[in-house]
Design a protein around this ligand. Structure first.
Ligand SMILES: Nc1nc2c(ncn2[C@@H]2O[C@H](COP(=O)(O)OP(=O)(O)OP(=O)(O)O)[C@@H](O)[C@H]2O)c(=O)[nH]1
Ligand SMILES: [Mg+2]
Length: 469
């Protein structure tokens, strides 16, 4: 019989304390997600930074509590989930204030940080002079993990048939060598640990290569960010390219066959990797923001752009009512508010920002429709968590044109007009013009206090503003 997990009195009272805080609506779990390099670390670093500097140096005019001087400040507290790594705020601030300033290091896996906010309630009565608290639990986790949700709805045979390595010509080229080796494998032969490990590694290497080349729609997500599972047999599986054999014949193969071994690992991955993330983390988040590097995808060309749109559609299924059947009641989220943001808006001139939001809305039209139908409040926006450029005007003949001034990663000062953002899905003409081209900028120097940003205050207001009234 399974033994109940022992609960220490300390853990119990901590849990009770958490429950009471929640009951009084003074605790909020806010998660930031997005595909690799979308800007999650920059966003969370900036969010913590802005809240810590609220009322002093931070420019937060679109956050009423800060604008009215009611937000008194934010302090870091020890996080409650001891098994989750701490969000690397200090290393990120250190990198940004280095000479020359650097972007924070890429992160992998989930991390957490707890902030206690102090504010004066807006509403009158004797409360006017009192101070309230809000405990914010902030999480950063890879959006790639959400791409695994559809795997819960498939068995190994169906997954093989979906041929995840064959989406688009360029991707097929990346996987061609792996495919040839996998095709040479007989599903009925006795599984060799070494051969399966090697092919699984080659499959994971293909996914990583595809990601480096700008692809987003990559499954299984943990192969890209294995964390503590690196090298574990649970990640040593891959889709078998045998589509001509009937399911019954394959499923009748002995347990030690290639097919049965891979199918067992797939089931284990579903149960021990995908489901626990939804159960232990995802369903406990109150609010989430999904970050999208729309401009990066425009820069990378049509195949990558379409791949990003597809990946986002799939990723957002985790939030959408229509697909709740995939998540049984224990795994379904209780999210009461969602934001989707196009990041790095400082890569384009300000008059392009409306188009950027319009484009994001078009890319996410279907998932947003599902969410609205499910009555989940959702807002699309554009922002720069850490603004790295300044807007300038340049004269061209009689005209004054907007431009951006910044320092590129090699340290060169540049003045550029990066191009127009299409307000709806880019057509062939857009790609032919190569209308869009930018390099990354270095963060602005001298950012020891509040970080420069674009519309972080609007994002913070949408995500927590109602809790500060
Ligand atoms: N100009 C500009 N660049 C940004 C901004 N935010 C992120 N970037 C760029 O995007 C890169 C990735 O940002 P991160 O915040 O590390 O992205 P992430 O989603 O945490 O990435 P992973 O941890 O690797 O998944 C940075 O190194 C910067 O080059 C921004 O607000 N403005
Ligand atoms: Mg990161």
């Amino acid at each position: 019989m399974a033994m109940p997990t022992p609960t220490t009195p300390g853990a119990l009272s901590r849990e009770l304390g958490n429950l009471l805080e929640r009951g009084r609506d003074r605790q909020l779990r806010l998660a930031v997600t997005g595909l690799s390099r979308a800007g999650k670390t920059a966003f969370l670093t900036s969010l913590v930074n802005q809240l810590r500097h609220a009322g002093v140096e931070a420019r937060l005019d679109l956050l009423p509590a800060a604008r009215d001087g009611r937000l008194l400040g934010a302090q870091r507290l020890n996080q409650p989930d001891l098994g989750v790594p701490r969000f690397p705020y200090d290393p990120a601030m250190q990198a940004l204030s280095d000479t020359p300033p650097r972007w924070p290091e890429p992160t992998r896996g989930i991390s957490e940080l707890r902030l206690a906010l102090r504010y004066r309630p807006a509403r009158g009565g004797w409360l006017r002079t009192s101070v309230s608290h809000l405990t914010l639990d902030l999480f950063d986790y890879p959006g790639e993990w959400l791409l695994d949700l559809p795997l819960l709805d498939q068995d190994y045979y169906q997954w093989c048939q979906s041929r995840p390595y064959a989406r688009g010509e360029q991707r097929q080229a990346i996987f061609s060598e792996w495919l040839a080796a996998a095709e040479a494998l007989d599903p009925a032969e006795e599984a060799s640990e070494a051969v399966l490990a090697e092919l699984a590694e080659a499959y994971a290497a293909g996914l990583k290569r595809a990601r480096q080349l700008g692809f987003s729609h990559l499954q299984p997500g943990r192969f890209l960010l294995p964390g503590e599972l690196e090298g574990a047999p649970v990640l040593q599986f891959f889709p078998l390219p045998y589509l001509d054999q009937p399911r019954e014949a394959l499923e009748a193969l002995p347990d030690n066959s290639v097919y049965a071994t891979l199918a067992a690992r797939f089931r284990y991955y579903q149960k021990q990797v995908v489901q626990p993330f939804y159960r232990d983390h995802f369903r406990r988040f109150d609010r989430q923001i999904i970050l999208v590097d729309v401009l990066g995808a425009l820069n990378a060309g049509p195949e990558r752009f379409e791949d990003l749109s597809r990946a986002l559609g799939e990723l957002m299924q985790s939030f959408s009512y229509g697909n709740r059947h995939l998540l049984n009641r224990l795994l379904a989220p209780r999210i009461d508010r969602l934001a989707v943001a196009a990041t790095k808006a400082d890569h384009v001139t300000p008059e392009q920002h409306d188009n950027l939001v319009a484009l994001l809305n078009t890319m996410l039209k279907e998932p947003l429709k599902d969410l609205r139908f499910a009555n989940v409040p959702v807002k699309a926006m554009s922002l720069a968590a850490i603004r790295a450029t300044r807007t300038r005007e340049v004269r061209q003949g009689r005209e004054r044109l907007p431009a951006l001034r910044g320092t590129d990663l090699e340290g060169e000062e540049t003045l550029v007009y990066p191009g127009d953002v299409p307000a709806s899905l880019p057509d062939a003409a857009f790609w032919q013009r190569q209308g869009f081209d930018f390099a990354n900028f270095r963060p602005l120097p001298g950012t020891t206090g509040a970080l420069p940003h674009i519309r972080m205050d609007a994002a913070i207001d949408w995500l927590i503003g109602d809790k500060l009234t």
